[in-house]
Design a protein around this ligand. Sequence first.
Ligand code: PLP
Length: 469
Amino acid sequence: MNETLQYDLDNISQVLDAAKILSLEYLNRLQDAPSAVSNPTVALVALPAKGLGAAQAQRLFEQNFLHNIVASSGPRYWGFVTGGTTPASIAGDWLATVFDQNTQNAKGPGDVSAALEVQTVQLLLHLFNLPPHFLGAFVTGATTSNFTGLAVARQWYGRQLGKDFAREGISGTIKVYAATPHSSAIKCMAMLGLGSNNITLVPVLPGRECMDMDAFEAAISQHPSEPFILISSGGTVNTVDFDDLQRIASLKDKYNFWWHIDAAFGAFAALSPQHAHLLTGWEAADSITIDFHKWLNVPYDSAMILTRSEHAQLQVQTFQNSNAPYLGNPLEHFNYLNYVSENSRRFRALPVWFSLLAYGKEGYADIVSNNIALAQQFGQALEASVYYKLAAPVRLNTICFTLAEEDNRTDKIAKILAELNKRGNVFMTPTVYKGLPCIRAALVNWRTAKEDVDIAVSELLDVAKHYKY
Ligand SMILES: *Cc1c(COP(=O)(O)O)cnc(C)c1O
């Protein structure tokens, strides 16, 4: 064995202790660590001919890069939709790395990691009050989850025409409807060869982001027997608007369509008694996307694709690794590699399993209701200020707001965000909502508390005063 490797193996305890000490230093200052750094620099490091060993590698990292690490899992990182990491999920993730399983085979010879993934999916169905007729698989994020669901949808569409697109390649234009698709769904259309221009956009209700169902029904009733794919929003990113899932579910009897719901973070409305009704009917979907590195507060990267078990054959046709006969008949020998795009797969379920067992349904319901209440408070404080106003009501956990003063909003918002980020006490991202330049804050972190909302409000007022807006 190489002597540096041998040295690290002999000193594995010190190697892990050093990582633990650095982890604790980071976690202990997360509450107040900067949520952004201006102009992060990346020092040049050359590949050493003779290895430095783990201790020296960590020291180099600490010297050169540590100061650029932002508190993205801290309580005031409100940009995009960024979750934190619960203590149990950190432990589970660390162990997933240590165990280093290749999670594939749920039955028969092999390790237990795939069986634990199957069990974790059951726990999650329970968490979201979904029925057991779904097959779930862990993937890297909601983008890949949308990709996986829509890939099976594509195969389904081919079957309606008597074709096997997976073998033959796609032909013709596949009809896809959506009202406010997430940018990642459009990216998936491109990746899947469906064409990112080929989404038929259905109008939204006035002042909303959800589908105008009358307009949708008018469109599909023109060709009542033609199959199509529908991508629904179970929470849009700007205003967390939900398509009318209940009404869409009722169309299932009358029309022949694959129903995909992107509920990346909106799925967690199921944990709030006041908001669960937004998801009524979603169990009738053919595929559902849910992210875990957002509101479940597990480390990146983690999400799930749910597909109805009755579509298992379509899913296997789409993803089977068919040139490996030693893997057996994919429908008889369940192996994740025949159900998703990755062949090798990390033990991604373990941090989720740890966190679900550690905090239970009640723990997660508390995180969700806390974030929703704080989002309301933040929205009210902005409305009460002279400088800001809401661009849309706070429907769940996201606040979309703009400057009260209309002149030069785009410019001023860019300056406000630049100043906020320079101060590093709170992080938010810009957006455009119905042509209006806005600032967006999404609250999904388990640590976020009332004091954090107070800090964010006071920073925003201070910056606005500073620029005399
Ligand atoms: C975040 C998000 C995505 C993309 O998720 P990734 O995890 O970044 O791949 C897709 N759809 C919605 C609604 C989202 O909020």
